[in-house]
Design a binder for this molecule. Structure first.
Ligand SMILES: CC(C)(COP(=O)(O)OP(=O)(O)OC[C@H]1O[C@@H](n2cnc3c(N)ncnc32)[C@H](O)[C@@H]1OP(=O)(O)O)[C@@H](O)C(=O)NCCC(=O)NCCS
Length: 160
């Protein structure tokens, strides 16, 4: 099955917001609004992409830091709507390619909640290294959640 990344357009934002709401209900991401996503689409520092399989949307990705002078690109969002089918792994592989081969990143980084085992396993098995933990850094209702920061350097990408 083919998996493609393509630019997100305004007409895709209904799909994006539905997916975003579901993922945030699961507690895996902090909800961003339609207005936030609209702003991303016109922000030259951001690349917003739809993940497609067989021409149907199965997720989306937000990369930020395209203009960063230190060439640090952030994988700000990845959400897959049909989980456990390998879309996430293939999308992360494509993101690495985009970041290091097209956008000339020196460092590709992300943060992930410590309890998000699926995402952590995916990133670690794709070669991201843990940089540290921001303990109880996010307040969510009565809960305080911890974030793990992870990254990959261009040299590490080229070695694999
Ligand atoms: C995280 C996410 C992008 C992964 O995408 P996916 O398509 O479900 O993942 P894949 O099917 O490609 O599986 C990738 C790996 O995740 C791990 N994994 C899958 N299901 C898992 C589970 N239930 N528990 C723990 N790890 C699991 C495995 O290591 C798997 O590798 P494998 O191919 O060796 O089995 C997706 O589940 C998602 O959108 N989750 C909600 C939003 C989110 O958490 N985004 C990331 C925020 S940092």
């Amino acid at each position: 099955m083919s998996l493609d990344l393509r630019t997100t357009h305004m007409k895709d934002l209904g799909f994006v917001i539905e997916a975003e709401k579901k993922a945030s209900k699961g507690g895996f991401i902090i909800l961003q609004s339609l207005e936030d996503h609209e702003e991303f689409l016109s922000d030259e520092d951001v690349r917003h992409l739809i993940i497609e399989s067989e021409r149907k949307p199965v997720g989306y990705i937000v990369l930020a830091g395209l203009k960063d002078e230190n060439e640090n690109i952030e994988l700000k969002r990845i959400v897959v709507t049909e989980k456990g089918l390998g879309y996430g792994r293939r999308a992360v592989q494509s993101i690495k390619k985009v970041a290091f081969e097209e956008l000339n990143a020196h460092r590709l980084w992300l943060d992930v909640f410590d309890f998000n085992e699926r995402a952590r396993n995916l990133y670690e098995s794709e070669g991201f290294k843990i940089e540290g933990k921001f303990r109880e850094s996010v307040k969510s209702g009565d809960e305080r959640k911890s974030l793990i920061f992870m990254s990959m350097l261009e040299t590490e990408y080229r070695e694999n």
